[in-house]
Design a protein around this ligand. Structure first.
Ligand SMILES: [Zn+2]
Length: 94
C-alpha cells in the first residue's frame, strides 16, 4: 500500500481498532468511496464503507456478490485478510 488516504475515523466493528487511513491493494491512487470494501489491518475483518464513509462488517451476501462479479477483488480481500491475521498472530494476539 503505497498510496494511503485519510478517511473519517472509524472503529473496527469486530475489534474496535481505530483507523483513519485507507489504501489500495495495488498501490493505485484511488480515494475510497461509499460501498468500497476494506480490511481491518488489526484483525483482518472484511469491512465495507457506507454512504457516510463509516465502516461496517460486510454481509455474506455482499461478499458472495463480489466473489462472483469481481473474483480478483475477492481474492485480494481473502489474501489481505490472511495477511492481517498472520501479522496479528506474529505480534501475539491481544
Ligand atoms: Zn478489526
Amino acid at each position: 500500500m503505497t498510496n494511503c488516504f485519510f478517511v473519517r475515523q472509524n472503529a473496527c466493528p469486530a475489534c474496535n481498532y481505530l483507523m483513519d487511513m485507507a489504501g489500495t491493494t495495488d498501490g493505485s491512487p484511488i480515494m475510497p468511496e461509499p460501498n468500497d470494501v476494506s480490511i481491518c489491518i488489526n484483525c483482518g475483518e472484511i469491512l465495507q464503507f457506507d454512504k457516510h464513509m463509516k465502516l461496517h462488517k460486510i454481509s455474506q451476501a455482499e461478499l458472495n456478490k463480489i466473489e462472483s462479479v469481481e473474483p480478483e477483488t475477492y481474492f485480494d480481500l481473502i489474501k489481505g485478510q490472511g495477511l492481517a491475521r498472520a501479522m496479528k498472530k506474529a505480534r501475539g494476539a491481544r
